[in-house]
Design a protein around this ligand. Sequence first.
Ligand SMILES: NC(=O)c1ccc[n+]([C@@H]2O[C@H](COP(=O)([O-])OP(=O)(O)OC[C@H]3O[C@@H](n4cnc5c(N)ncnc54)[C@H](OP(=O)(O)O)[C@@H]3O)[C@@H](O)[C@H]2O)c1
Length: 240
Amino acid sequence: MSRVALVTGGSRGIGEAISKALQAAGCTVAATYAGNDEAAAKFTEETGIKTYKWNVGDYEESKAGIAQVEADLGPIDIVVANAGITRDAPFHKMTPEQWQQVIDTNLTGVFNTVHPVWPGMRERKFGRVIVISSVNGQKGQFAQVNYAATKAGDIGIVRSLAQEGARAGITANAVCPGYIATEMVMAVPEKVRESIIAGIPAGRLGEPEEIARCVAFLASDDAGFINGSTISANGAQFFG
Ligand SMILES: NC(=O)c1ccc[n+]([C@@H]2O[C@H](COP(=O)([O-])OP(=O)(O)OC[C@H]3O[C@@H](n4cnc5c(N)ncnc54)[C@H](OP(=O)(O)O)[C@@H]3O)[C@@H](O)[C@H]2O)c1
């Protein structure tokens, strides 16, 4: 059956691989982004997947954007809350702005993305909610108090949504990637990246497609009894 899937931050990085994997699985996909028009245009040209621009941190923008996606493509069956940012600093140097930006995008952004589609999923008795958390939400990380708080929050969100949605045919799960070779990770200084890789038993960064395959499985009809879980894909860096 052809399903409609929404992927936030779906035009670049891990989100791009997720959008493509869901398209390959037969879904009609809508991918959102925040401001990089050039990357979004290139992505649409390559894949034929429609892109939409809104800030996931803003509830009204998210609600209006989701209404537009549903008007264009039909009711959303699968929602992947993937958009995320980092604003790293050791705690004693972290500013309230750095704290708030990450909370707004990574945590409130999940509420803003899932809340508008939830009533329709309940009505239609089917839904797949997948939130992209992180290994650093499971184990914590130096200079990421803000980021780790949001990614640990994702796990609380899916465990709670799972209990609310189970009788309505809705599953909610998190995927916790380890370090994946996207712009987010390639932006850190090379020396830091080398020390990160030295701490990964697999001896390498993960590929975005390795996360996308987890998401495509959780989104499938076959995964209907997996609910409130986390899938860790981190090269044995952490057993969460
Ligand atoms: N990379 C890793 O190693 C890693 C590890 C664990 C977890 N994760 C998580 O995986 C997710 C994707 O990470 P990534 O590395 O693929 O990131 P990325 O390459 O930086 O891409 C981020 C995507 O999110 C969008 N975005 C950012 N802020 C947004 C906002 N306020 N509203 C709407 N869209 C927004 C970006 O849009 P624009 O293109 O317009 O900027 C872009 O499409 C994030 O949640 C991240 O925390 C990543």
